[in-house]
Design a protein around this ligand. Structure first.
Ligand SMILES: N[C@@H](CCC(=O)N[C@@H](CS)C(=O)NCC(=O)O)C(=O)O
Length: 219
């Protein structure tokens, strides 16, 4: 059976769990905490990041690489668009979501959630305010122009939608919500992605394992 190394709550591991659940592929979760300095884990993923996927003889890291593999190996239903230009655009959104957007959104999550709960430190609210007031709005404006008012970016749901939404789910755990009066398309996409049954199931498991009081990711 496929093994996925990681934990509930990581925006990257979440993508892999949801992709496998939508495909109906069974998998075992091997609990691997990020930032744990686990030397054994580095033998299968020298970057020491989660997720890592093991499928028979194949061992690979990085959610983008893993999700591409899942989509190729288990094609039904497709989780990336078929058209070459759309595919490239989906890759762009996955890259953007997994880098800059994650950096900002998980910056809020790290300060307000991880610091108090995992490291018993006060959050740096100045840093959080700088992200919310200055750094996020330009990228939210950009995303707003790329996201349709209804449905998903490419009509059907793809991992591009999830890659954009996933970081905001983490930010919502730290009381940040995307203002639907300013960014209605993005806020709507977040709600539509969260309503997909396989996404809702994984978010319920996150709430359970992380002891969350669930907040909406939009307001
Ligand atoms: N590009 C990677 C990023 C994975 C990543 O940064 N995972 C975080 C957890 S959310 C991690 O393991 N961080 C540990 C570290 O950076 O040492 C992916 O898409 O899988």
């Amino acid at each position: 059976m496929i093994k996925v190394y990681g934990v509930h709550g990581s925006p990257f591991v979440r993508k892999v769990f949801i992709a496998l659940d939508i495909k109906g592929v069974a998998y075992e979760i091997v609990r691997q905490m990020p930032f744990s300095g686990d030397e054994e884990y580095k033998k299968i993923n020298p970057l020491a990041k989660v997720p890592t996927l093991v499928d028979g003889d194949l061992t690979i890291g990085d959610s983008k690489v893993i999700c591409r593999y899942i989509d190729n190996a288990y094609p039904d239903p497709a989780l990336y668009p078929a058209d070459a230009a759309d595919k490239a655009r989906a890759d762009w959104f996955e890259e953007l979501g997994g880098t800059y957007v994650t950096e900002l959104a998980t910056g809020i999550f790290f300060q307000r959630f991880m610091r108090p709960f995992a490291f018993k430190q006060e959050p740096d609210e100045k840093l959080v305010a700088d992200i919310i007031d200055n750094k996020l709005p330009p990228i939210l404006d950009y995303l707003e122009g790329e996201i349709p008012a209804n449905g998903f970016i490419f009509g059907e749901f793809t991992l591009a939608d999830l890659s954009i939404v996933s970081p905001f789910i983490n930010a919502s755990y730290a009381n940040y919500t995307v203002d639907s009066s300013k960014w209605p398309n993005l806020a709507g996409l977040i709600d539509r992605v969260k309503a997909i049954p396989q996404v809702a199931t994984i978010l319920a498991k996150e709430a359970e394992t992380m002891g969350l009081k669930t907040n909406s990711a939009t307001s």
